[in-house]
Ligand binder design. Sequence first.
Ligand SMILES: *[C@@H]1O[C@H](CO)[C@@H](O)[C@H](O)[C@H]1NC(C)=O
Ligand SMILES: *[C@@H]1O[C@H](CO)[C@@H](O)[C@H](O)[C@H]1NC(C)=O
Ligand SMILES: *[C@@H]1O[C@H](CO)[C@@H](O)[C@H](O)[C@H]1NC(C)=O
Ligand SMILES: *[C@@H]1O[C@H](CO)[C@@H](O)[C@H](O)[C@H]1NC(C)=O
Ligand SMILES: *[C@@H]1O[C@H](CO)[C@@H](O)[C@H](O)[C@H]1NC(C)=O
Ligand SMILES: *[C@@H]1O[C@H](CO)[C@@H](O)[C@H](O)[C@H]1NC(C)=O
Ligand SMILES: *[C@@H]1O[C@H](CO)[C@@H](O)[C@H](O)[C@H]1NC(C)=O
Ligand SMILES: *[C@@H]1O[C@H](CO)[C@@H](O)[C@H](O)[C@H]1NC(C)=O
Ligand SMILES: *[C@@H]1O[C@H](CO)[C@@H](O)[C@H](O)[C@H]1NC(C)=O
Ligand SMILES: *[C@@H]1O[C@H](CO)[C@@H](O)[C@H](O)[C@H]1NC(C)=O
Ligand SMILES: *[C@@H]1O[C@H](CO)[C@@H](O)[C@H](O)[C@H]1NC(C)=O
Length: 454
Amino acid sequence: MAKAVVLLSSLLFQCILGDYFDPFSSQNKTKQKNNNRLPRITCKSKTHYDFGYCLGQQTEMLIKERYNRSTHFQDLYAWVNTVNGSIILNEFLTNNYNKYPDYFEELYGISNGSNVDLTIVYVMTLDDELSYFYPNDSNVNTTNDNNNNNNNNEIIMQGIQYSNYKHPMACSDYLLHNYAPRTPTSKYHKLIDYSMAHNEDNIPECRNVTYVVDAAIEGGLSFVTYSYAGELPTQAFGYNDYIVFTSNYVHPANPVVGGIGRNFVGRNLLDTTNLQEAMDVVAQDGQCGGHNYQIAEWTTGNMTGAEVAYDGLHAFTLITPSYNWTFHANRYIHLNISQVEDEEKVFVDLYNFFFWGHFFFLIKKKLTSWYSSEHREERAAELGRPNGLSDMLNDLGDTEDEEYPIYKYGPSDYTLHTFGVELKNCSWTIFGDNPKLRHVIYQGSVQCKTPITH
Ligand SMILES: *[C@@H]1O[C@H](CO)[C@@H](O)[C@H](O)[C@H]1NC(C)=O
Ligand SMILES: *[C@@H]1O[C@H](CO)[C@@H](O)[C@H](O)[C@H]1NC(C)=O
Ligand SMILES: *[C@@H]1O[C@H](CO)[C@@H](O)[C@H](O)[C@H]1NC(C)=O
Ligand SMILES: *[C@@H]1O[C@H](CO)[C@@H](O)[C@H](O)[C@H]1NC(C)=O
Ligand SMILES: *[C@@H]1O[C@H](CO)[C@@H](O)[C@H](O)[C@H]1NC(C)=O
Ligand SMILES: *[C@@H]1O[C@H](CO)[C@@H](O)[C@H](O)[C@H]1NC(C)=O
Ligand SMILES: *[C@@H]1O[C@H](CO)[C@@H](O)[C@H](O)[C@H]1NC(C)=O
Ligand SMILES: *[C@@H]1O[C@H](CO)[C@@H](O)[C@H](O)[C@H]1NC(C)=O
Ligand SMILES: *[C@@H]1O[C@H](CO)[C@@H](O)[C@H](O)[C@H]1NC(C)=O
Ligand SMILES: *[C@@H]1O[C@H](CO)[C@@H](O)[C@H](O)[C@H]1NC(C)=O
Ligand SMILES: *[C@@H]1O[C@H](CO)[C@@H](O)[C@H](O)[C@H]1NC(C)=O
């Protein structure tokens, strides 16, 4: 009996410790290949609807695969088909439509081009926003309120609570200016090199369902962007001939029901022609949640980090000679705003009692903290100021902190691709696998144009 208890206890001990101190985890993680496909499509279209139709037609299988794989999307879809859920969805649709009717044409096109229900396209496009209000699992019964005659929007809107759905804390970003040393004859710092780099991270369900599109809509700008199948481009990164930007998840604590969604802001950025205009777009009032953006002009090298939120709240960090690089993970560090911590972690304390030999008693503790962002920020600070794109790519491939590496290789979070931009020579590259390995997937050059000031 006593022996059985000892054996059982030590087995338990091993199981629990095994999760935290894995003796087999010291493989060379730099070699990690995440093996994500990245199709590239072209959509030169006459209208916004045609552009969406082209996206839908060419990514139909990806959209369906992504939806099929994601119980989260399926749950959201079921919810927006209930009375409560549809009222909240409609609140978002009305406000976003009023602001961006052209981009809704694109959504209709995506739906029709891919034969995917328009509501699924809405759910995918407004995923982050709807997830804030999606009821906690235990409280949702998606079958019982369809016959509810109490169709009182006011009451339902007042009853809304924030969901505890946790979005993965995904993506890391760098911005950098390099200046020539000042000489006795040069009054100003001369900008000689400017670049940016971005890890696009996401949950396992997002592997192999992203793509790049080379787009042009008659009467508008040409642009290239990275997108997730089924949603309005983009919440990742993109550029046109004037500006280039990346975006990064943050989680403000008090999102606004029906506010402007991130994908609409990202889509709007692809239509801007100078840094100031782009800054006005990302900091606009009326947003639901918030985001972190890195935005730069190709020809001037002017660039800024932006932390934005609802009510027009924003903090810009312009890159200047004295503040000449930034690293950003998934929390607000400049905007003083209440935000949701990124992860809940269960700690197990072991107490060792002597009773006919050993006996282990377990206590579980739940703590929340900024594990992932804090670890990545600390590691970036340790790595220090990068000296150019090459350093930034190596740093984005860093896996030294095995529990919360900058380059993510699963199981809950993956770096899907890495985007590097050398603004001065108007070039960009998308890398697959660990960016340290420099596995180039696509490379391009841009018809850099002087920003248009209105
Ligand atoms: C890990 O692999 C990378 C790429 O193959 C190599 O450059 C690096 O030296 C290796 N590191 C160790 C510690 O083996
Ligand atoms: C993604 O596609 C690549 C190439 O086709 C394949 O090797 C890999 O296993 C796929 N990954 C997932 C998670 O489906
Ligand atoms: C998605 O799931 C449905 C139903 O299970 C199936 O009919 C369809 O073929 C699947 N589509 C893809 C692209 O996996
Ligand atoms: C989408 O397709 C349906 C049926 O094919 C059609 O009735 C509808 O007008 C199309 N939507 C738009 C916005 O063109
Ligand atoms: C959900 O609602 C339906 C219809 O009112 C009911 O039959 C079912 O038992 C409910 N399910 C749960 C889990 O409460
Ligand atoms: C719908 O919303 C109302 C008001 O917030 C709430 O009382 C009710 O429980 C909700 N119904 C469901 C099925 O969640
Ligand atoms: C959902 O969970 C969060 C965090 O646990 C809690 O604050 C909130 O009240 C819950 N909402 C509902 C509708 O139970
Ligand atoms: C670039 O930024 C500097 C400093 O903020 C500003 O004076 C200058 O006008 C900007 N240049 C352009 C072309 O926007
Ligand atoms: C760039 O920033 C570093 C600190 O990160 C500073 O030491 C350096 O002097 C700055 N460069 C210029 C040109 O001011
Ligand atoms: C942030 O805001 C809170 C509440 O508005 C305030 O108490 C705190 O001093 C602010 N912190 C900083 C660093 O400004
Ligand atoms: C632009 O910069 C990238 C990264 O440093 C480099 O690989 C590429 O050769 C450069 N292109 C030109 C035309 O100089």
